[in-house]
Design a binder for this molecule. Structure first.
Ligand code: PMP
Length: 283
């Protein structure tokens, strides 16, 4: 495997950044995960747009133009011979003596890696659906920024695993689901409405979420962007999550309670099937 680190393509096993990198010291960095389908980047434009937004919110510099980043991402995909998988991009504020204040005149660190995924296995998972648990929201307020500070997400997903579930959905103080540890959360009400939390507060504006909203429109499914509670989720006829790495992923159990008939729902299956017809597949 090959990784890109600050201008060089290096063997993955030997790739590294300095111990004083602010990504390592403070989680002072942002990232993107972009799906690769048949060797092509999926929704590259949206992912790079969001990366630039995350950087801007943290007053961090982008180390290269978006065109150059696109070239690097493709090169990493090519050198790793990835057909189906993900490409990972991380930018940190760079290397500086450990001090809370932002360093002056430091070049950002840019790391790009790519990894193959077993598409058949993911499809199999989607055919049966996954279980989720709910946990109290304990992340900071700026989860709209895609930072590498993911410790609460790691803890939540570990708790999910310990409970025999695949994902954890966070619940805010008012009892509303925010999002998953690495996915956005959706339900379908008994009246057939697709419900997902607005991206204005408390969640990451998932790229898969945005595209799924468009897919839903094309399928003439009615969407309500509003917060939904854990109790509403328990009573839903369908539930699913969205993320670049897993796509539209049906949820069949929430906190051990069976959702609907315990099988992936019609809406989730249709959205999953149609997704790549709407997503932007780059040349
Ligand atoms: N929320 C969180 C917290 C995530 O980590 C992710 C996955 N990166 C998502 C939502 C889904 O975002 P996307 O569809 O852009 O992968």
């Amino acid at each position: 495997r090959i990784a890109y680190v600050n201008g060089l393509y290096v063997p993955h096993a030997e790739a590294g950044v300095h111990i004083e990198d602010r990504g390592f010291q403070f989680a002072d960095g942002v990232y993107e995960v972009c799906e690769i389908l048949n060797g092509h980047l999926v929704d590259e434009t949206r992912h790079i747009d969001r990366l630039l937004r995350s950087l801007g919110e943290l007053r961090m510099a982008m180390p290269m133009s978006r065109a150059a980043l696109g070239v690097v991402m493709r090169e990493v995909v090519r050198r790793n011979r990835v057909r189906d998988g993900v490409v990972y991009v991380q930018v940190t504020r760079g290397v500086a003596r450990r001090d809370f204040l932002f360093p002056a005149g430091v070049a950002p660190t840019l790391v790009v890696t790519a990894r193959s995924a077993d598409r058949a296995k993911t499809e199999k998972t989607a055919e049966t659906g996954i279980s989720v648990i709910t946990l109290p929201e304990n992340r900071w307020e700026r989860v709209d920024i895609k930072t590498v500070g993911l410790l609460p997400n790691c803890l939540a997903k570990e708790a999910a695993k310990a409970a025999g579930a695949r994902e954890a959905w966070f619940v805010d103080r008012d009892g509303f689901i925010t999002e998953g540890g690495s996915s956005n959360a959706w339900i379908v009400s008994a009246t057939g409405l697709l419900i997902t939390r607005p991206a204005e507060f408390g969640i990451l504006r998932g790229i898969t979420r945005t595209v799924t909203l468009e897919v839903a429109r094309r399928l003439n499914l009615t969407v309500e962007e509003r917060p939904f509670s854990r109790e509403e989720a328990y009573a839903a006829v369908e539930a699913f999550g969205t993320s670049a790495s897993l796509g539209v992923m049906p949820v069949v159990r929430i906190d051990g309670r069976v959702v609907g008939d315990g099988k992936p729902g019609r809406a989730a299956r249709a959205l999953r099937t149609e997704f790549h017809k709407v997503a932007e597949i780059a040349p």
